[in-house]
Design a protein around this ligand. Structure first.
Ligand code: ADP
Ligand code: ASP
Ligand code: MG
Length: 413
């Protein structure tokens, strides 16, 4: 007998018939003798609807408003209740728990609160009496104890992994609308192949570089607390992808991801003096804007330099305003912004020990006439920024060249 967390995403809970199907999966697990804690997202695209309603009511894009969280958290209350009712109708003892009841205590700002502590006594008591605890994902309670908070979009994954850690679960199953983690987004690359197992580091890179099958903070939490994950489909009983520690040989290239969240800013014609980069990036940092990929180079013009970098699309107007405001003290000739870009990344835990991955990636893109605007690397990934017009061509070509669809299947140790 084990303690298991089962998380169902919005795409698995579109309407009541979907919720009933998910309840049957939970019931099967419970009947096998395991204790089950369920985490639910909101039904379908409910959170999108609530979010646009908040925007219409308030007329500003202010995700950090506490009242928006009150509204956004409704979605998970609805699905938790319907899941508990569906489980009861199968003859099981189940009750729902909202973030404030558990409580899942959070700190930070509304709209992207961080979990500080999770109270486990009611949950453990429910499980110990063979009841099923159905927890609303995505929501918590600010530590001051007076306001509902939400964890940021996709946050139910984080709720699930942290709840699994807090109750010492042996497994956290993430049920979604694809059969697991693929070598690339299966909706865009038809030859994408399901990976039967990957390690935490790769999962974290895949998540943070755009593979939205698992939220980035959830991948980081799973790695930190060593929670074994099984990412699998709600709609088939096939085995999905196991995420854990050292459960496979390290491949040079495991996956190819893309992210559409970035925008490029180029600051052209700066005086090429020591301290220029520190002024530009210092100004962005003091405005709370994170920068990802960076390239600095000389212009044809003697003594001039340019710096190009990426920020989140959602930060682009604030970033440009921040840079306009220092133009007198840090003169430059031109500021260019481009949000028609995507970031493509090759990820593989064995990349640092295999030569030539970068060269093959760049050659493949060059042969297709695709210009690389910025490059960034780490031990286990290479990312390039290219025009969004080439997304599908680049994904398919690279997927083919690295033979991701035919890679030797994972070798479990
Ligand atoms: P949920 O509603 O279950 O939270 P999401 O829509 O957040 O589901 O995540 C699942 C989606 O992630 C899939 O439908 C798929 O299109 C997308 N995805 C992107 N990259 C990958 C990948 N490498 N492997 C699997 N799915 C991916
Ligand atoms: N319902 C929330 C969202 O759509 C949380 C989640 O699905 O994980 O972002
Ligand atoms: Mg999701």
């Amino acid at each position: 007998m084990a303690r298991v967390v089962q998380k169902f995403g919005g795409s698995s809970l579109r309407d009541l018939s979907y919720i009933r199907r998910a309840a049957q999966i939970v019931a099967r697990r419970w009947h096998s003798g395991d204790d089950v804690l369920v985490v639910v997202s909101a039904m379908g695209d409910r959170t999108d609807l609530l979010s646009s309603l908040a925007l219409t009511a308030y007329k500003h894009s202010d995700d950090e408003n506490a009242e928006s969280d009150v509204l956004l958290s409704i979605g998970e209350q609805e699905s938790a209740s319907l899941m508990a009712l569906s489980l009861q109708s199968l003859g099981l003892s189940a009750r729902s728990f909202m973030g404030w009841q558990i409580p899942i205590e959070t700190i930070g700002v509304h709209g992207k609160a961080r979990v500080k502590r999770i109270g486990t006594s009611m949950l453990v008591d429910t499980l110990d009496h063979r009841g099923i605890a159905v927890c609303a994902g995505f929501q918590g309670l600010m530590v001051r104890g007076d306001r509902i908070s939400t964890l940021g979009r996709g946050g139910s994954d984080t709720s699930a992994v942290l709840l699994a850690a807090s109750i010492d679960a042996q497994l956290c199953e993430i049920f979604t609308d694809v059969e697991g983690v693929y070598t690339s987004d299966p909706r865009l690359v038809a030859s994408a192949r399901k990976l039967s197992s990957i390690n935490y580091e790769e999962m974290l890179e895949i998540a943070s570089l755009g593979g939205r099958v698992l939220e980035t903070r959830a991948a980081a939490a799973a790695m930190r607390y060593k929670i074994p994950l099984h990412i699998r489909s709600t709609f088939s009983s096939n085995e999905g992808t196991e995420v854990g520690e050292g459960i496979m040989e390290e491949r040079a290239v495991t996956a190819l991801t893309h992210s559409e969240s970035d925008a490029k800013i180029a600051v052209l014609g700066l005086d090429n003096q020591p301290g220029i980069a520190s002024k530009i990036f210092g100004q962005l940092a003091s405005n709370g804007i994170s920068v990802d990929m960076i390239v600095q180079g000389m212009t044809q013009d003697e003594g001039k330099a340019h710096i190009a970098f990426t920020v989140l699309k959602t930060d682009i107007s604030r970033a440009c305003a921040a840079l306009e405001s220092i133009r007198e003290s840090t003169p430059y000739q031109e500021l260019r912004c481009d949000d028609n870009v995507i970031k493509l990344s090759l990820i593989g835990a064995g990349m640092n020990s295999s030569a030539g991955v970068a060269a093959r990636m760049f050659t493949t893109l060059a042969e297709k006439g695709i210009n690389i605007q910025i490059i960034a690397t780490s031990e286990i990934k290479i990312s390039v920024l290219i025009s969004a017009d080439y997304l599908e061509l680049a994904l398919r070509s690279l997927h083919g060249v690295f033979d991701l669809s035919n890679a030797v299947e994972d070798l479990k140790q």
